[in-house]
Design a protein around this ligand. Structure first.
Ligand code: SF4
Ligand code: SF4
Length: 107
């Protein structure tokens, strides 16, 4: 997948599921947005079901709270987005991901 290039379709930010955020990532994102980490946690995160971590919250339509609609789509915290976001799809993906990800299709 060395030639993969994100086409900024935004589908990976609209999928269901957790966007895990680690403590260092919370600090960085809070600083980027000019707020205290506590405020970031209160406004933009929720506890995961296993109660072992935090995930970003979603908009009403299910997209990530930081998703910016458009073509190309964007991320409000792009320079400091969580590692989970940076790692898709090269370091983690799932069966059939190519169908959803414009960068994984050959059309
Ligand atoms: S933090 Fe940014 S890149 Fe990650 S899911 Fe949310 S909008 Fe997408
Ligand atoms: S689904 Fe693929 S092409 Fe679309 S924004 Fe995510 S990584 Fe980029």
């Amino acid at each position: 997948m060395t030639d993969f290039r994100c086409r900024r379709c935004g589908n990976c930010c609209r999928w269901e599921g957790y966007v895990h955020v680690l403590p260092g990532e919370i600090d960085a994102a809070a600083f980027f947005l000019g707020m205290a980490p506590e405020e970031f946690i209160r406004r933009f995160t929720r506890l995961t079901e296993d109660r072992r971590g935090l995930s970003l919250t979603e908009r009403e339509d299910g997209a990530c709270v930081f998703f910016l609609d458009g073509n190309p789509a964007g991320c409000r915290i792009h320079p400091v987005k969580p590692q989970q976001c940076r790692d898709f799809p090269k370091r983690w993906n799932f069966p059939g991901w190519e169908k959803e990800c414009a960068g994984g299709r050959n059309d």
